[in-house]
Ligand binder design. Sequence first.
Ligand SMILES: *Cc1c(COP(=O)(O)O)cnc(C)c1O
Length: 406
Amino acid sequence: MTERCSARALDAADPLAPFRGRFLDPGPSVVAYLDGNSLGRPLAETGAHLWSFVAREWGDRLIRAWDESWMDFPFRLGDRLGEVCLGAAAGQCVVADSTSVLIYKLLRAALAAAPERDEIVMSRGDFPTDRYLAEGVAAETGARIVWLEPSMDGGVSVESVAEVVGERTAVVLLSHIAYRSGFLADAPAITAAAHATGARVIWDLCHSVGAVPMSLDAWEVDYAVGCTYKYLNGGPGAPAFAYVAARHQDSFQQPLSGWMGAADPFAMTSPYAPAAGMRRLLTGTPPILAMQPLVEMVAMIAEAGIDAIRAKSVMLTERAIELSDELLAPFGVRLSSPRDAAQRGGHVTIDHPAFEEVTLQLWEQGVIPDFRPPDGIRLGLSPLSTSFAELDLGIEAIREALAARA
Ligand SMILES: *Cc1c(COP(=O)(O)O)cnc(C)c1O
């Protein structure tokens, strides 16, 4: 046994520990929740906030609320998210649709902006919906996908991108943090490598927003997209967000031209003319109700500070790796995430052939990580809601499950 701080001591010294108390207590059926990167926990306040929204805004203001506040709400919330989490100045973010739909819109817009180019660069390690959408867009437009093939425990390097981008590349679509390995890509350097050949980039921020600091404006990112139900705790199916750099907005061509993205939705005129700025990204009526939990969550991230969140996130993932090396590796468990914290996001994946069955067993015991094929347990460590004690309980439960099989 190496000398290691107890989880209790780490929790006692954790400056973010008080935030954990603001989440809704899940009750005795949850012993350790290690899946906050798949579905974040609700804040205790969310129920009251939703009810207040129903009673005051929806119930009392009724249709008047569209004029009074809802028409601008997806942009106000987007601006706040941009400021607190994305390093984006106002006027470049909107909350709307799902990540999948927004990926479609951004891919089509990026291709439309470069009619002389016909290649999309992406990674085989990307999340399925990103790959499926690119395949669909390629079939629709005649574009060709150039696949990068990173290792299972790693991710996309600057060199691997620089090698394939060229005068035919319209757009590079990549995940800032790989959903399986947790590899944290060098977004500014990859963006610069794409730009050097005249290509644009779309960053998928699903696994990084709310967990790692970022500076989309300073990195000169073209487009970004991300979901709000992981580290942003927006709730199941909470709408996603998109970022479009100000310099690309006037020429942004929306493939799903609907009335809410039109210049004057209530003029009921024809034909379609796009609204100015980010409003043209909208298609239909935005899900205002489903955006409500995000208000408190973004405020809480601002209060905690994204740098402090990242610092705790690194401590949690370091400890997960240490504990796994010591307690799980003797059973044949392999680490499938980067060992270097600078290349790692907020989750850690470990592999073992028995993990599909082990995960089922863990869920029955109230220990909840998730399983990622072919044989990975993904430990999602959400800095504002995960304690060090919870992590220890989770690793111990995995050790016991493996020991019982040995
Ligand atoms: C979670 C996730 C998605 C989810 O897309 P939805 O449209 O919200 O279902 C997309 N891409 C990545 C990388 C993800 O991690």
